[in-house]
Design a protein around this ligand. Structure first.
Ligand SMILES: [Zn+2]
Length: 343
């Protein structure tokens, strides 16, 4: 099969021919139709996140099962599938409690610890394939359907984690990024008032299109003051920080009002300071959110199948143009998600 191989961190893709994968016991192989391209996998390519090189990256796939190994139940040849990003044990109390991102025996991630979707075929443990709902026209929109499993499901889970309610105000830091823009979309879907915070003013139109009622340009003045002005001094109910640098984390917490919830995910995961008296006096929560459960992927797929939301994929390319596409991702130029069309 053709595959985009990364021989080492911070090197260009090499389009190579490698043997087709064959499934062992408990595994399945899918033909890849499309695979999402975002900052998470660019961090791996650039060497900012550790991974098992040589490596095929990519974890947001639309595919069709072509072979199953011994003992596999629940999926069969011909099934249309997407992939679940984490390689979990399936047996620990967190996995059994439907909290599998917290697995105690995680073997890592697809496209990091094992080969991913930037190839004609992908082999995974069978539980890592999730069947697509029949209503999703995956053949017409493989790129959009592929990115649901992370770009859309991750912000969908944040709505639950932060218990976002209709009528609340949600501020999204890093709103112009691939996850941020889908968080705007989902917060709007949840009937919240949505404030987009970013420094990239060229992405503000897309933020408004995705659902932002207001936009805060973080490069122009104090972010907290701008948010307080927009909320008449009350602060927001929920602040979601996809940048998670010290400065954004501190601004996100300071922008909270009474009973406010701040959620950190993605980004650089740096330390930050919180005023304990505000946490106490206003009963605020500081929360972390880590990827999603498989059932949350299924719920998000259904949301798209019903036509409630639609993934924003703005740059779709063949395998041969992956390097140029990743250069755009590295420079932060892509609006929403990008994807490779493969099969
Ligand atoms: Zn587990």
């Amino acid at each position: 099969m053709k595959a985009l191989m990364l021989k080492a961190p911070n090197t260009p893709f090499e389009l190579v021919n490698v043997p087709d994968p064959t499934p062992g016991p408990g595994e399945a192989v899918a033909k890849v139709l499309a695979c999402g391209s975002g900052l998470t996998i660019q961090h791996v390519k650039a060497g900012r996140n550790k991974a098992n090189f040589p490596l095929i990256i990519g974890h947001e796939i639309t595919g069709e099962i072509v072979a199953i190994g011994a003992g596999v139940r629940g999926i069969k040849t011909g099934d249309a599938v997407t992939s679940y990003f984490y390689l979990n044990c399936g047996h620990c109390r967190w996995c059994l409690d439907k909290l599998e991102p917290l697995c105690e025996h995680s073997a890592g991630n697809i496209g990091r610890e094992c080969d991913g979707g930037y190839a004609e075929y992908i082999k995974l443990p069978a539980p890592n394939f999730i069947k697509l709902p029949d209503e999703l026209d995956y053949k017409a929109h493989p790129a959009e359907i592929g990115v649901i499993t992370d770009a859309l499901a991750t912000p969908f889970k944040v709505l639950r984690r932060a218990q976002v309610k209709a009528g609340e105000t949600v501020a999204v830091f890093g709103a112009g990024g691939g996850l941020g823009i889908h968080q705007l979309m989902l917060a709007k879907w949840a009937h919240a008032r949505v404030i987009a915070v970013d420094t990239a003013s060229n992405k503000f139109d897309a933020c408004r299109k995705a659902g932002a009622d207001d936009v805060v340009d973080a490069s122009r003045g104090n972010v907290v003051e701008q948010i307080m002005e927009l909320t008449k001094g009350r602060g927001v109910n929920v602040a979601v920080d996809y940048v998670s640098a010290t400065v954004t984390l501190e601004a996100a917490v300071k922008s909270l009002g009474r009973k406010g919830r701040m959620v950190t995910l993605g980004g650089s995961g740096k330390s930050f300071q919180v005023a304990a008296d505000r946490l106490l006096r206003y009963e605020q929560d500081v929360l972390g959110s880590r990827y999603v459960t498989r059932s949350e992927v299924i719920d998000t797929l259904k949301l798209v199948a019903r036509g409630d939301v639609w993934p924003m994929v703005t740059d779709i390319r063949p395998l041969e143009q992956a390097e140029a596409l990743h250069e755009r991702i590295e420079r932060g130029e892509v609006i929403g998600r990008a994807a490779l069309l493969i099969g």
